[in-house]
Structure formats: C-alpha cells, structure tokens
Design a protein around this ligand. Structure first.
Ligand SMILES: Nc1nc2c(c(=O)[nH]1)N[C@@H](CNc1ccc(C(=O)N[C@@H](CCC(=O)N[C@@H](CCC(=O)N[C@@H](CCC(=O)O)C(=O)O)C(=O)O)C(=O)O)cc1)CN2
Ligand SMILES: [Zn+2]
Length: 744
C-alpha cells in the first residue's frame, strides 16, 4: 500500500498562536519560557494532526522560531561576528538578533539580509558566508524536536535542507561551492545522531534541482551525495525537490545514492512517468500530487487513475504527498466561519490536505472509477499577449520629464515614502470592530479619515515633498483590492506565513474580475484636500494582485492578470480625473512571479509587463507614474523593469547594503528613468542615524545621476510604530537636505 507523508506543515498555528506569542515576547510582555511553551504546543498539535489524519510519517524539523533557513545557519555555525555577543547566555535571543536585528536581550545590530524563497511570497534569511567560513554542528534543537515527537509516539521523519541548496542560498563568498567539503562532515555527523535516535528516514530538501544550475553545481551533487549517501548507514534518505520540473536534472536526481526522490507533480506532472522509469529497484518515489500552494480541493479521482498502475507496481515504495511543504497553505478550513458552504466545499487548507492524502491512499487500494472529469488547464498565454501589443504611453520618458518638472516643481533629491504608515493596534482594533459590526460604517470611515489627516499633518511637519495618504483603509495591499473587486472571495482565517511573525491572507480568485466602483479615489482626494503638496495615489499592480492571490486553475494566470489590469486602468484614470497626478502602482511581486526556468521568462514578461503598462498607458504626459519593488534580486529582470516605463521606481536595497543597486547602475546606459533606492531598512525596528543616511545617499549619488535620484525608505512603514517612523523619517529628510546643500 502507498505510504503518506508531507514535506512540512505550517508552523503559525491554526489561529496564528506563534505570531502572537513571538510579538508579545519581543515587546517584553511575556517570558522566554512562555514563548517556548507555545512553540512546543504548536509542534505537538501539528504532529497530532498528521497522525490523526492517518499519515504514515510525521514530519519533524519544519518548525522555526522565524525561518527554516536561519535554523540551518545556526545548526551549521554560520553566524556573523556581529551576532556573537550575548549568544552564550541566550541562544534564542541571538537567533532573533540574526533575524530582525533586535531581541529582548543584547545590543541591536544590523539584521541578516532577507529574500524571497524561490517563487513564493515566503522570505528566508540569507546565510552570510565568509572566506574563512568554518562549519560546526549544533543540532540540539532538531534532536530535541525528534525526541519530543517520539515521546508523543510518532513515527518520525525529520526534514533537513540539503547541503547544495543551503550553500546556493547563501552569499558573501565568490564560490559557495568551495565550502562544500567543509560543510559535508556536519551532515555525516547529523545523520549518525539521527540514526542513534532510531530515525529511519530523513527528508533532504534540494529544491535547487529545479533551477537552471551551472554545470559545476550539477556535478557537485554527485560527489556530495556519494559521500553522505555512503555515510548515512542505516538511515534512508529521501531527496525532496519542488516548485519546478527537474528536466536535465531529473536523471541526476535519480542517479544519486539516495533511497527515494520526491517530485512536485503539480509543477512537473509530465515528469512522473519518466521518474517511475528512472526509479532504482529499492528506491521510493514520492509523488507530490496535492497542491501545497493553492487552496482548491485536489482532483483525487484523476490522481487515482494516474497513480493506480504505479501503486500496483511499487506497493509501499510509492509515497504520496503534497507538492511542496504546506508552509504555503493556510492551516485549517474548519476555522473558517465566514465562507458560504458552496465555496467552502471547493477548498482544502493544510489540515484538509492531510485528509486528501489519506483518502487518495485508500482510493489507490480500490478499483479505478471511470467517471473522471479532467480539469481544463490552459498553459499558453498567447491570446493575452496578443491583446497587449500596444501598451506604451504616447510620449516617451524623455518627453514626459519637462512636462512633469513644470507641473510638480520638486526640489533636487525629492523625499517621499512608499505608501503605508503604521497600522497601529488601535487602527486594527477599529477595523475588527467594524468587521464584527460593533461600530457603524460611519464611525469606521470617520476613524480612517482621522488617521489620514494625522498622516498628512505629520508628513507636512517632517517636510516630505511627495506625500501619501498612508493606506489606513487597507488591511493588506492585496487583500484590500481583492475585497473591493468582483470575482474575488476573501477568507476569514486563511493566513499564510510571509516572514517571521508576519502573515498574509491571500484572496481567492473565484471568477472573472471586474471593478464595480472606484476604490481609492475618495481616500486620495480627501488626503489631497488637506495639503498643497502633491499626494501620491497608491495602487497595487495587476501582477502583484495576481501573484499574492490564490489563482484559478481553470484558466491561465495571464487571463486573470489582464482582467485585473482592466479594472486598475479604470481606477488610474479616475484618480487622474480627480486631480491625483502622481500615481504609484506597486509591483513588489513582479520578480517573484518570474518562472524558475529561464526558458519560460519571455512568455511571463510578455503578459506581466504588458498588463502593468496597460494600467497606465492612457494617462497624460504630466501624470507621473511610480512603481515600487522590494525584497528580490533585480539583476536578472532589469530589462523587464525598464520596459515597465514607470517615471519613478522606488526599490528596496538597504538591507542588502545597496547590492541590488548595482543592477541599476551597472547597465551601460544606467537605469533610464528616475529611481529611489531605499536608504534604510524598514523591516528592522532600529532607527537609522542621520550620518549613516548621509553617507549612504552620497554613495548612491556616485552611481545614480542626482537629477534622477529620489530619497525614500525601502518599503512601506505599516509594520513600524509611529515613534520609529517619526525619528527615521526626520533623519531621512534631514539627510536629504544635507546632501542637497552639499551638491548645490
Ligand atoms: N500580501 C502581501 N505580501 C507581501 C507584503 C504585503 O504587504 N502584503 N509585503 C512583503 C513583506 N511581507 C509582509 C507580509 C505581511 C505583513 C503584515 O504586516 N501582516 C500583518 C497582517 C496584515 C493584516 O491583514 N492586518 C489586518 C488585521 C489582522 C489581525 O490580526 N486582526 C486581529 C485583530 C487585531 C487587533 O484587534 O488588534 C484579528 O482579527 O483577530 C488588518 O489590518 O485589519 C501581520 O502579520 O500582522 C507585512 C509584510 C512581501 N509580501
Ligand atoms: Zn515594498
């Protein structure tokens, strides 16, 4: 009989218990002991959910106090010098200083860089390697969790990130691959510790096998696994890949001395049969058939039909699983109280996906039913790209510049922010009260207007040049638009971890999308009525709304994207008519949606960039279009960014010490339009000093022509407190003034 397991389970808790516990601990309201207990409780209940559902294996090692990659950095001793202070006394606080630059104990430091996990909206902390990097194993947390689960009576399968993927994700040395020989002994030692605990299977995640790997990385797999495979003794290794087809690496994966291979049958269903043919006599094939990244119920009849012959041949050497870790799924549909039954019955969250796996397991033991309805899945974006052929604005950037300069009269190095201001406890409370009908709509709207007025007042005092209304009306930049547009369904508790304690509730694209009425015009107009300075209109772009929603599976993503773009274009034109002449259309997820394989990039960009331009192709030359992107490596997509043709782009670059900026400066002709490289990191609670900002700005001015340079933080300020925001922006505005005077 086929066996069932998952690659990982969400760790936030069914009601975001971990988030609440972490944040209370960081605020100094609870003890570390209380936090540790909450974590233990979440792990216990996650394992219980897996064994109650009837899974054959319970996955351990997927829990993290902030991020699973950071867990590995600590496990292998990859900890920069700046984090060593106070580590001996308080390891968990050291962990939090690595993650966010600050913890209840110890001195604040610059946090580790954070970036997107493959093509998801999850962010990991980038391992920082040095040329003298040494590795040493400290696996106590993992061994403790294995013991914890064993005490609970579970049949445990720990998950560990594979050595090649771990090295690939790090930065700081020219060739991380050179570090491989010194890292491998940690794995050997870890495997022997796990074997001593009676562990039979270890899942080794190597998702980079789904990327276009340089040849030396491909061959490094062979050497590395020959070593650790041989050293794993009685332990069985399951090599897990996900998010992408393996293609030229498929054969490689199955030729390694591992005891099983997992493939993502959602992203690479076409490789299932080849995988079966490549399977060694004793190897296990783990088929990830339940989508770990979407919320639709799986088509179990279809998978029964597809897998039945394999199940008969392989017996318990066929494992069935979700495509990837369920980290990317909301936790439990049973906690959803607001959805109508006819919608709910189409959905499965992580806990329901466990049930699906067990149902499929038993279906594979039964005769195949013949009443199969295949899901249609258009995989071509052709028709959309066709419709987007002519989306350029009438005047080019160089023609727009003088018209915009005349209208806006901005100083050199204009200062602005990215859009959101603090989502305070009070604001969230008022929103919750409104949602629960505890206060009237009138009171809610009045409160929002007061928030906006306060944001405008503060910005005027600070002396910013281009103001924003602050996004007080939005719970989230995507969820909010999902709520306002027809065709979306929003959930009550469909939270998914984005980074650390921060979660998102992606709306679900249920049907065709349209805009029943104007969305942001009233808010922006109200803000503009309070000041003589320009207020920037603030929209989330079509690609980001699509990428941060749960998409339909019956039509191509590009079709939904174009529907969203049509709705946003109406909004842009309404803003322009209302006198909002600077409009920002955020596309932080443009990069994230780029296919992992280069051969698919051109198709993606043809519709994604086209949809963006479509939203603003009809505006007047004097209307200034901004866009914003953050937390991704832009180097590979510079051409696409340039062809968005926004007048101004603000980008994140502070946390990676302006590394990202090189992509913009390195082009022989430079980035052709205006650019605001974020000059400080908003994801850390630390307030940047003025001198530090002046230095950074001067460094930027060496590579970006000053007449095209803007000054801004690196992302929105919604996660910060007003105290932090006030001091930081004051320092930023004064730094801009200092550099302005020096340059004048
Ligand atoms: N979708 C999305 N993806 C993104 C980003 C983003 O902004 N949005 N930014 C980048 C970084 N990722 C981020 C992800 C989440 C958050 C974030 O701040 N999330 C908030 C939740 C935002 C939200 O929806 N807030 C709700 C309130 C949610 C809530 O907890 N309400 C409580 C009540 C709270 C109270 O009474 O005080 C409840 O209902 O129980 C609102 O404002 O209405 C959080 O986790 O804390 C920030 C950045 C990349 N990806
Ligand atoms: Zn951002």
């Amino acid at each position: 009989m086929a066996q069932t397991h998952i690659l990982g389970y969400p760790r936030i808790g069914a009601n975001r218990e971990l988030k609440k516990a972490q944040e209370a601990y960081w605020r100094g309201e609870t003890s570390q002991q209380q936090l540790l207990q909450e974590g233990e409780e979440i792990r216990r209940s996650n394992w219980q959910a897996q064994s109650d559902a009837g899974l054959d294996w319970v996955t351990v090692g997927d829990f993290a106090w902030y991020d699973q990659v950071l867990n590995h950095s600590l496990m292998f001793g990859v900890v920069g010098d700046r984090f060593s202070e106070g580590a001996a006394e308080n390891k968990l606080d050291q962990y939090f200083r690595l993650a966010r630059g600050r913890a209840p104990s110890g001195q604040p430091v610059a946090a580790s860089a954070m970036t997107k996990w493959f093509d998801t909206n999850y962010h990991y902390l980038v391992p920082e390697f040095t040329d003298q990097q040494a590795f040493s194993l400290d696996s106590e947390w993992l061994l403790d969790e294995v013991r914890e689960a064993q005490v609970q009576g579970q049949k445990v399968k720990p998950v560990v990130m594979g050595p090649l993927t771990y090295l690939w994700l790090g930065r700081g040395v020219d060739s991380a691959l050179a570090l491989l020989p010194s890292l491998l002994p940690c794995y050997t030692q870890l495997f022997s510790q796990l074997a001593d605990l009676g562990v039979e299977w270890v899942q080794l995640d190597e998702p980079i096998l789904g990327l276009d790997l340089p040849e030396e990385w491909r061959s490094a797999f062979i050497g590395a696994y020959k070593g650790i495979g041989a050293d794993s003794g009685s332990l069985n290794l399951l090599l897990a890949t996900y998010f992408s087809p393996l293609r030229e690496n498929l054969q490689l994966a199955f030729s390694l001395p591992v005891d099983g291979v997992h493939i993502d049958c959602i992203r690479a269903s076409e490789e299932l049969n080849t995988a079966r043919d490549l399977l060694g006599d004793k190897q296990v094939l783990s088929a990830g058939v339940v989508n770990g990244r979407n919320i639709w119920r799986a088509d179990l009849d279809k998978w029964q039909r597809v897998l039945k012959p394999m199940a008969e041949k392989l017996g318990d050497r066929l494992w069935i699983s979700a495509s990837c870790s369920l980290l990317h799924s909301p936790v439990d549909l049973d906690t959803e109280t607001s959805l109508p039954v006819e919608q709910k019955q189409k959905l499965a969250y992580a806990r329901q996906k466990l049930d699906e796996l067990v149902q499929l397991q038993s279906l594979l033991d039964q005769e195949v039913s013949t009443t199969v309805t295949e899901l249609k899945s258009g995989d071509k974006s052709g028709s959309v790209a066709q419709q987007l052929r002519d989306t350029w604005r009438e005047q080019g950037y160089l023609e727009r510049v003088p018209v915009q300069a005349e209208r806006w009269q901005l100083p050199l190095l204009p200062t602005t922010t990215i859009g959101s201001f603090p989502q305070t406890d009070l604001l969230r409370k008022v929103r919750r009260q409104y949602r629960n009908s505890e206060i009237s709509e009138k009171d809610y709207l009045e409160h929002l207007r007061a928030e906006i007025a306060e944001a405008i007042r503060r910005q005027e005092i600070l002396g910013l040049d281009v103001l924003v209304h602050g996004e007080a009306e939005r719970n989230d930049m995507v969820e909010y638009f999902g709520e306002q547009l027809d065709g979306f369904v929003h959930t009550g508790n469909g939270w998914v971890q984005s980074y650390g304690s921060r979660c998102v509730k992606p709306p679900i694209i249920f049907g065709d999308i349209s805009r029943p009425q104007a969305i942001t015009v009233e808010w922006s107009s109200y803000a503009q009525s309070l000041t003589k300075k320009p207020v920037k209109g603030m929209l989330t772009g079509p690609v980001t709304i699509l990428n941060w929603s749960f998409p339909r599976e019956d039509i191509h993503r590009s079709e939904s994207c174009l529907q969203i773009a049509r709705a946003l274009r109406e909004e842009v034109l309404d803003l322009e008519s209302a006198g909002i002449g600077i409009i920002q259309i955020d596309e932080p997820a443009l990069r994230e949606g780029v296919p992992l394989r280069e051969s698919e990039h051109a198709d993606y960009f043809s519709w994604a960039v086209g949809c963006f331009r479509y939203t603003c192709s009809e505006v007047k030359a004097e209307t200034q279009i901004h866009t914003h992107m953050c937390y991704s490596n832009f180097n590979a997509i510079m051409d696409a960014i340039v062809s968005l043709d926004a007048d101004v782009i603000t980008i994140e670059s502070a946390r990676s010490d302006l590394r990202l900026l090189s992509a913009f400066a390195d082009r022989s002709d430079g980035y052709p339009n205006e650019i605001g490289p974020g000059i400080y990191d908003i994801h850390s609670p630390n307030v940047p000093e003025r001198g530090e900002l002046v230095d950074r700005l001067k460094k930027i001015a060496e590579v970006v022509p000053v007449e095209r340079l803007w000054v801004n933080p690196d992302c929105g300020l919604k996660t910060r407190s007003w105290a932090e925001v006030g001091s930081s922006l004051l320092n930023m505005v004064e730094a801009a003034r200092t550099v302005r005077t020096e340059l004048a």
